[in-house]
Write a new protein. Structure first.
Length: 355
């Protein structure tokens, strides 16, 4: 295909949401903004401790190039664009380039294996707004890959990394496999119906099933990291579980970052520094960490298959009526208003929060 007729893939980092049409989650934007504000001081420190910046942009660009090559090897001559939610190149910039290149079909590939309204959902909302308002873009057929943790290629690639890393322990069978997922506020799951928690649990089940099929029967557990601010996040919390495991006598632990596919601040600083130190202080003696998938070829190859499979379903983005409306917007607004007010008051008293 030539440049003007080729399909394009947007590798949307921090893009996420149930779909372009389900907008319950937009009621949670104020909470997300507040959390982002509260994250800022900790993020600043974290970036400083890993050398002043995240490697995320570089790794994402490498993944995009690797994806293009993998697609070309499958006789799909496509352009790949990177769009980010909170950093350059922003989604808006990627879309402008897509328009300039006169792309005629698009596959949106969030770089999150599991769907959450806070990641894929939030990014899809940005895309939806841009596409709706543009006469050309609103006619471009788009296919959205909402989640892909259930794909055999991803599950096997994760199992490969875990299997390999277990071998670095002197007694691999004794090691506790510790899946650490990025958390989200509980209200996302309970009030907005975010499928993130269910998808995460399903994802762990699939990886453990694959490991068992390989004769690997280690104990495992799942906990949630990176919580910020005064609201309740998904539990159990990674820091609390690490301390409990140490107290219960677990000696060897392999941390598996399961919601990320690239090394970044939450793997390099939060897991490798903060959680490792906490685990060792709590009595865990042997610590290991599975690397992020980054450009692992089986993983990239599977993403290329996911894109190829999604292409035929590309359709123009339409606006929906019934699904736009949150089932109980008043209740949602009241909860959010008081939740955000409380959070704001606490934010003004950083000493109470201990941040
Ligand atoms: C599955 C992964 C992630 C979830 C769930 C998630 C929730 C979440 N994030 C914000 C706000 C911000 N996140 C930011 C950075 C960031 N977030 C993730 C992943 C998830 N976030 C990643 C991989 C990164 C990049 C880290 C890096 O190395 O650059 C940022 C940007 C600034 C920063 O603090 O790093 C914001 C802002 C909210 C509000 C939220 C759930 C409600
Ligand atoms: Fe985030």
């Amino acid at each position: 295909m030539d440049a003007t007729s080729s399909s394009a893939v947007v590798s949307q980092l921090r893009l996420s949401s149930p779909s372009f049409r389900n907008s319950k989650s937009r009621f949670f934007e104020p909470l997300a903004q507040l959390i982002s504000m509260l994250r800022a001081p900790k993020s600043k420190e974290g970036y400083a401790s890993i050398g002043g910046g995240s490697p995320l942009r570089k790794i994402t660009d490498e993944q995009a190039n690797a994806l293009k090559l993998a697609l070309e090897a499958k006789n799909k001559n496509v352009s790949v664009y990177v769009g980010m939610r909170y950093w350059y190149p922003f989604t808006e910039e990627a879309v402008q380039q897509i328009k300039k290149d006169k792309i005629t079909r698009l596959v949106v590939l969030p770089l999150y294996p599991q769907f959450s309204i806070s990641t894929t959902g939030s990014s899809l909302r940005v895309l939806q707004n841009i596409f709706r308002e543009d006469a050309y873009l609103s006619r471009v057929p788009v296919a959205i890959i909402r989640s892909w943790y259930q794909r055999e290629g991803y599950v096997k690639s994760m199992a490969d990394l875990i299997e390999k890393e277990l071998q670095s322990f002197s007694m691999p069978d004794e090691v506790m496999i510790f899946f650490s997922a990025h958390g989200v506020p509980v209200s996302y799951v309970e009030d907005a119906g975010d499928s993130y928690k269910d998808q995460m649990e399903d994802c762990i089940f699939l990886i453990m099933t694959e490991l068992k099929a390989r004769g690997i029967n280690n104990r495992h557990t799942l906990a949630y990291q990176s919580r910020v601010g005064p609201v309740q996040w998904l539990q159990p919390y990674t820091d609390k579980v690490l301390v409990e495991l140490g107290q219960k006598g677990v000696k060897s632990l392999l941390a598996v970052p399961v919601s990320f596919v690239s090394e970044h601040i939450e793997t390099l600083e939060e897991i490798d520094m903060e959680y490792k130190e906490l685990a060792l202080e709590s009595g865990i003696e042997n610590w290991g960490r599975v690397p992020a998938l980054n450009c692992t070829s089986s993983f990239i190859n599977d993403l290329a298959d996911a894109v190829t499979e999604a292409l035929p379903s590309a359709a123009a983005i339409t606006t929906s009526t019934s699904e736009e409306v949150y089932s109980d917007p008043v209740n949602c607004f009241v909860k959010l208003f008081f939740g955000s007010l409380l959070a704001f008051i606490l934010f003004l008293s950083p000493k109470i929060l201990g941040i």
